[in-house]
Design a protein around this ligand. Structure first.
Ligand code: NI
Length: 212
């Protein structure tokens, strides 16, 4: 639970920065990456994170500029990253203008329930961390995705990553780097992710149930 504005803003500084880095790594071509055809794409997840800031904060009385709740997923990675960055930067500024530490105890109507802002902000951060983790998996898959029509049987949509397996022999899965390897693998955001911090799994189930 967050008890003061400083509590939240300190956490948000790191969480917003981590998410900015992930979104800045996306390429236009990677936006369609998904686990399967009926799962959310990388672009949809990124846009969902951008949309959630203004959408959720509006329920707590703050007007945050950025992605409209109902706007379709943009076709460019830059549009997603820019919208998120705008909202993420504006959020603590608006909080400090309109809220005090006592605001953490205010109760809002949230998704059919009544939550303190302290609790809502906790779920807000967990929700973002959860989806960011999903994105990093898709990003690793997108690094060397290949067209399904050329993929070996049983390896549709995924190719090897060694230079030898990226050969162009007929019928092979030719790795097509959609994201520079080092931009994903070397930044180390995976190691810094706090999703294994002992938070009970129920939290994530609750978050998912609350926010789609
Ligand atoms: Ni969600």
């Amino acid at each position: 639970m967050f008890r003061t504005l400083d509590d939240f803003c300190d956490v948000w500084k790191d969480e917003g920065e981590s998410t900015n880095k992930v979104l800045a790594t996306l390429t236009d071509a990677s936006l369609s990456q998904a686990v399967t055809a009926d799962h959310r794409t990388l672009g949809r997840l990124g846009w969902h994170l951008a949309q959630t800031i203004p959408e959720m904060m509006s329920k707590m009385g703050l007007t945050i500029p950025g992605a409209d709740e109902h706007a379709p997923v943009p076709s460019t990675a830059k549009a997603i990253a820019d919208a998120y960055a705008l909202s993420a930067a504006e959020l603590p500024r608006q909080m400090r203008v309109h809220w005090t530490d006592a605001s953490m105890n205010v109760i809002d109507e949230m998704y059919g329930e009544r939550w303190t802002r302290s609790y809502s902000l906790r779920l807000f951060v967990l929700h973002q961390t959860h989806h960011r983790g999903q994105m990093t998996v898709l990003m690793r898959q997108a690094v060397f995705r290949c067209p399904a029509s050329t993929a070996p049987r049983g390896k549709s949509g995924r190719s090897g990553t060694s230079s030898r397996r990226r050969s162009s022999r007929p019928g092979s899965c030719v790795g097509r780097p959609l994201i520079a390897r080092d931009s994903v693998e070397e930044r180390g955001h995976g190691a810094a992710e706090p999703w294994n911090d002992g938070s009970p799994i129920e939290e994530f189930i609750l978050v998912e149930g609350a926010f789609r």
